[in-house]
Design a protein. Structure first.
Length: 195
């Protein structure tokens, strides 16, 4: 059996058409598969991005919670719920002697202004009118024979003390014999609490 050139030509065209249809169908089905895989990859990336956003939000929430806890701890230090008179005395004496460098024998008096026969956690305190819910605990300290520089150091240390304290009145009696020195200084102060 011999194949004529005409049949050969038709066979080549048929083979070319089958090849073109095969390539076209391969491209079509390949494109469909790539579209499906692209959709899967897109979903996975979206899931990954959502997981990352959720993790960051959780970290920020934990940080915010920690910041809130730190803020509450700071507020409790600045405005304790009780007057803590013993701690206040220790803090004031430490501030005056250790931080401001005042000799202990120069601190002649540390007294609380309001007193009560039956002391309680709130005795000696008064409502602080400027801030509702906050009470003040007035006291005074008298220091003798210090320099002006030491007084300034004391005032700076009181300002940066761990507890919120306000100076209401500052009375200075200069030392007439020694320029630059103070014979006596009286500080009327208020410590604050939030019962």
């Amino acid at each position: 059996m011999s194949i004529s050139p005409k049949h050969s030509y038709y066979a080549m065209i048929a083979a070319a058409l089958i090849g073109v249809l095969g390539v076209g169908s391969s491209l079509y089905f390949g494109n469909q598969k790539l579209t499906e895989k692209a959709a899967e990859v897109s979903e996975l990336r979206t899931d990954r991005d959502l997981a990352r956003i959720t993790a960051e939000a959780l970290r920020e929430a934990q940080t915010g919670k920690q910041t809130a806890l730190d803020s509450q701890e700071l507020l409790d230090t600045l405005l304790p719920q009780k007057k803590n008179q013993e701690t206040l005395i220790a803090d004031v004496l430490y501030t005056a002697t250790a931080e401001a460098g005042i000799p202990i024998n120069s601190v002649s008096s540390l007294a609380f202004t309001l007193s009560s026969e039956n002391p309680t956690d709130q005795s000696g305190t008064e409502k602080f009118k400027a801030v509702p819910g906050v009470s003040s605990y007035p006291f005074n300290i008298v220091v003798n024979d210090i320099s002006y520089e030491t007084l300034l150091t004391l005032l700076e240390e009181i300002e940066s003390n761990g507890r919120l304290v306000q100076i209401d009145v500052l009375q200075i009696s200069p030392d007439a014999q020694r320029p630059g020195f103070i014979g006596s200084v009286t500080l009327n102060l208020k410590a604050f609490l939030k019962p």
